[in-house]
Design a protein around this ligand. Structure first.
Ligand code: UDX
Length: 463
């Protein structure tokens, strides 16, 4: 941002996206205010704590801190800023629809607090159903009208594609930056904001413990219609989930015909039209985004009379993967009542303590229903799990070896790196029955078989 004027930005919502993006923009020298009505979270941030587990975020916040102000009330909001970026949550309702309560509240608050004469651009970064960006404009305008302020409002959609656990990396090295707008003024300002990322010219102070990618091309700057930008986000997540469900379905066939899914995935992924990523077979995808966004796009289709059969099948296959685990256990152990089952991994994927949409949840719930005795281990997600499911009768294990003691079976649910190199030979001796379900195809099969384990992987050839 050298030589360029700093931008004044207000971001609303300090979740994974809001906090990381605020820190990135502030570390580029912009003046960023981050508003979140969760007082606890803002207090922690003010005191230098990092409320989420994200690689490099602590270091990034240190660089960003001089340019970053945290506020927890609309009383301190100032609309005399160049950009307002909305990053509040859009959770899933019971029926699979998107809950826009927070987005609506924020839009209305912006309208109520708007000072006459200011002209910020309002950017929607939250994942929202197609058409919401225009709704946000209307909500703001309705409030302005009540206050007899007549002003043109600029809105734009700027979806976010970062992955949890890799939020800082993905923010600095994205494949593309998508801007949905019909205004050249908006385009110019956002191009200025993103120029350090677009040109890969980060400030020298930004030294992070994050490995730079090799030969990564510069991000593509893609300007689209507002509604296209909104749909791009849903379509991207649905496609990635579909790729995983596809390989999981092929894995089911591989198991039956005696092929090995890791070899099959490599063989098809090397075709550049297909690509190798998101082809890791396992017991299903989870997280704060894929489950919510696939349901949301399905429902948006339904509303418009479009049957999204591929998205529906994507969700159905994912459900079957979870059921597969239970059926394998039953196959190996018969009745699961009073059987001791150890669960390795609770978070929805490694390197995060997030358990939203985690496959562990449904598996544990089903096993409890069947009367099994459950022990769980996770390097960092136990606190979150305990807080979310305080009534579940499960044993939280701190020493990983203890999960094997007297167990009838172990299910590896999350592929934490440390699970790969456990002394399985020794641990097998502590077990009642030596059954292991490798839900992420993480483990080397031969030593397990040698240690006497009955091994089940997802579509792997282990006979
Ligand atoms: C996802 C998208 O990747 C990101 O672009 C978007 O902004 C938010 O949603 P995230 O939820 O952080 O990101 O997780 P991701 O790393 O994509 O994994 C999602 C799920 O798919 C996890 O449960 C993971 O275990 C599973 N997965 C991923 C597989 O089962 N196989 C794979 O090959 C890849």
């Amino acid at each position: 941002m050298e030589g360029e004027q700093k931008l004044r930005i207000t971001m609303i919502g300090a979740g994974y996206v809001g906090l990381t993006t605020a820190a990135i923009f502030a570390s580029f020298g912009n003046d960023v205010t981050l508003l979140d009505i969760n007082k606890d979270k803002i207090e922690k941030l003010k005191q230098g704590e990092v409320p989420i587990f994200e690689e490099g975020l602590g270091e990034l916040l240190e660089v960003a801190r001089p340019n970053l102000t945290f506020i927890s009330s609309w009383g301190s909001f100032n609309s005399k800023t160049e950009l307002i970026i909305i990053t509040v949550g859009t959770p899933m309702k019971e029926n699979g629809d998107v809950d826009l309560t927070s987005v609506e509240k924020v839009a209305k608050s912006i309208g109520q607090k708007w000072s006459n004469g200011s002209q910020p651009i309002v950017i929607i970064k939250s994942t929202v159903p197609v058409g919401t960006t225009y709704r946000v404009k209307e909500w703001i305008e309705e409030e302005l009208k009540k206050r007899e302020i007549n002003q043109e409002i600029y809105v734009a959609s700027n979806p976010e594609f970062l992955r949890e656990g890799l939020a800082v990396y993905d923010s600095l090295y994205p494949d593309r930056i998508v801007i949905g707008t019909d205004s050249s003024h908006v385009q110019d300002l956002l191009k200025r904001l993103y120029s350090p990322i677009l040109n890969q010219t980060f400030p020298l102070s930004l030294k992070l413990p994050i490995q730079q990618p090799d030969h990564q091309p510069k991000p593509v700057w893609l300007v689209t219609e507002i509604k296209s930008a909104e749909l791009i986000k849903y379509a991207a997540n649905a496609f990635l989930a579909m790729k995983i469900s596809f390989i999981n379905e092929i894995a089911r066939l591989a198991e039956k015909v005696g092929a090995d899914i890791t070899e099959v995935a490599e063989g098809i992924g090397l075709d550049q039209r297909i690509g190798t990523s998101y082809l890791k077979a396992g017991i299903g995808w989870g997280g704060g985004c894929f489950p919510k966004d696939t349901s949301a796009i399905l429902n948006q289709g339904k509303e418009k009379g479009i049957e999204m059969s591929l998205v529906k099948a994507t969700i159905d296959v994912n459900q079957k993967q979870k059921e597969w685990v239970i059926s394998k256990l039953k196959e190996a152990l018969g009745d699961l009542k009073n059987k001791e089952i150890g669960i390795l991994g609770l978070s929805f994927k490694p390197n995060t303590d997030d358990i939203r949409g985690a496959i562990s949840i449904e598996i544990i719930e089903k096993l409890l229903e069947l009367g099994a005795a459950i022990k769980v281990y996770d390097p960092i997600a136990i606190d979150n799990f305990r807080k979310t499911y305080p009534k579940w009768k499960i044993k939280y294990i701190k020493k990983i070896e203890e999960i094997f003691e007297h167990s009838h079976a172990i299910i590896l649910v999350t592929e934490w790196k440390q699970f790969k190199t456990l002394p399985y030979g020794e641990l097998a001796k502590k077990m009642e029955d030596k059954i292991i379900i490798d839900g992420r195809n993480l483990l080397d099969i031969a030593p397990l078989i040698e240690a006497g384990f009955q091994y089940f992987g997802v579509g792997r050839n282990y006979s």
